[in-house]
Design a protein around this ligand. Structure first.
Ligand SMILES: Cc1cc2nc3c(=O)[nH]c(=O)nc-3n(C[C@H](O)[C@H](O)[C@H](O)COP(=O)(O)OP(=O)(O)OC[C@H]3O[C@@H](n4cnc5c(N)ncnc54)[C@H](O)[C@@H]3O)c2cc1C
Length: 429
């Protein structure tokens, strides 16, 4: 009897439908903010909505593709990271009504809030490329992608067993998360082909929708040197629109002559997946014309609904969509939201657009790109980070994953600005 009573009480308590703060998404951005705010707010003030019960360290997928880590190493139970004293609602949000301060869940429940943080990430959509899903599912010896839990497991096998022919790596239309990833896996593959003594039998090609190899001049110049030195064929303004698995053909649209197609034969095709905002966000009053959560880029506060904030890949903040950007912006969001909640002030703290892209260029080297909203380098270390370095590789492979699990998503990491200041005080440029 007693235990039945307890079950009923627990059920009723998990049926709470109003929270001071609701967070949509328990990924990198949602957890970084919720973990910090859970330390400031009373018990049961925060609800975190996310159906996913596994948390994945997505930046590690590039390393899985290169055989440097296993996919399993990057996955942990979500329950370990939902902060204490918060309520985890294991559903997906499917509608937001910010005029009424309501979020509707996919099980029909409505949750009301005083404040909302939207951190739902971005949707990957291989269906935008005709034939891609079929090829990835049925021809994993030739068509691969590090982007997704399902396909990343095939990548290393395919690359490591490749003995000759044309290997094409594609970069889709923007926006995508971690725009460096499609070329990181290419450099790693190229290095692997050398290590396997088959490089001279393989043409390595990078076909990108962008007009340049990388958006920040300083790093683009360094990458162009590598591309030349390592005999990688670079084709710009090409967007993959179709994969013909039977004939091993990849069809690209020439973006400078819309409607004109160019066909390439491949033996290995690595697909950079097109992405889009989730439909429930794109259809909500929170979205801009492109479907992303429309926030003030410096304060992360919504432009129309002041009690709503956004962070990470789901927003229209004009910086590279990375976990690093979340490291650089989560404390800004938390401080601005706290100011509103505790009635002290309006949002005053400002995000500079800090983001980072550790461009792994081989099995022991990496260019550590760090920059702001305007593409100006914001380097942490007192060295030229555009140079390929083993130190940057170790940071990417060994240090950053630990920082992610132990500091970022647990609310204890505000990005490397503090080190920049320290190095400057120490006399570094
Ligand atoms: C291959 C690859 C390589 C990368 N490399 C790097 C790197 O080197 N450095 C770097 O800094 N970043 C890298 N990134 C990018 C980084 O992983 C993302 O930018 C970061 O995870 C974004 O965090 P987020 O919170 O916005 O989204 P996510 O971490 O994706 O979390 C979104 C969460 O929202 C949940 N969700 C989705 N829909 C709903 C809904 N309707 N209701 C409730 N919850 C929902 C999801 O289940 C998920 O848990 C890489 C990403 C990939 C894929």
């Amino acid at each position: 009897m007693n235990s039945v009573f307890h079950i009923i009480v627990r059920r009723l308590s998990t049926q709470q439908n109003h929270y001071k703060l609701v967070v949509i998404g328990a990924g990198c951005g949602g957890l970084a903010c919720a973990s910090k705010l859970a330390k400031k707010l009373p018990k049961d003030s925060i609800a975190i909505i996310d159906k996913n019960d596994t948390h994945i360290y997505q930046p590690g997928w590039t390393l899985v593709g290169a055989g440097l880590k296993t996919a399993e190493e990057l996955e942990k139970p979500q329950s370990q990271f939902i902060p204490q004293n918060t309520t985890w609602i294991q559903s997906y949000a499917n509608k937001i009504e910010p005029e009424k301060n309501l979020v509707q869940l996919d099980d029909g429940r409505k949750i009301s809030y005083e404040y909302l943080i939207v951190a739902a990430g971005i949707e990957m959509n291989f269906d935008k490329i005709k034939g891609a899903v079929d090829a990835l599912d049925n021809d994993p010896q030739h068509v691969i992608s590090i982007y997704t839990r399902k396909y990343v497991r095939n990548v290393f096998n395919t690359l490591n067993n490749f003995r000759g022919g044309q290997a094409i790596f594609t970069f889709p239309m923007m926006p995508i998360k971690c725009p460096g990833a499609p070329q990181k896996i290419m450099y790693l593959a190229e290095d692997l082909f050398r290590r396997n003594n088959v490089r001279d039998k393989i043409t390595v090609m990078y076909n990108t929708s962008l007009p340049v190899i990388f958006g920040v001049k300083k790093y683009a110049a360094a990458l162009m040197e590598i591309v030349k030195e390592r005999n990688i064929q670079l084709n710009t303004r090409l967007n993959l629109v179709e994969v013909r698995a039977k004939s091993k053909e990849a069809i690209f649209e020439n973006l400078d002559q819309p409607g004109t197609m160019k066909t390439f034969k491949y033996d290995v095709l690595h697909i950079g997946v097109p992405m889009q905002p989730f439909e429930f966000l794109a259809k909500s009053p929170l979205a801009d014309a492109n479907g992303f959560v429309d926030v003030v880029k410096e304060t992360l506060q919504h432009k129309k609904f002041p009690n709503v904030f956004g962070i990470g890949d789901c927003t229209n903040i004009p910086t590279s969509k990375t976990a690093a950007a979340i490291a650089g912006s989560n404390s800004i969001l938390v401080r601005n939201l706290s100011n509103l909640m505790f009635g002290t002030n309006h949002p005053v703290h400002k995000y500079d657009g800090y983001t980072s892209c550790p461009l792994v260029t081989g099995y022991n080297k990496c260019i550590l790109a760090e920059f702001d909203f305007d593409g100006n380098p914001l380097e942490t270390l007192p060295i030229n980070q555009a140079k390929e370095r083993r130190l940057s590789y170790i940071l990417k492979k060994d240090v950053m994953p630990t920082m992610y699990w132990k500091m970022l998503i647990t609310g204890n990491w505000n990005g490397p600005a503090v080190f920049r200041k320290l190095f400057r005080l120490g006399g570094a440029k």
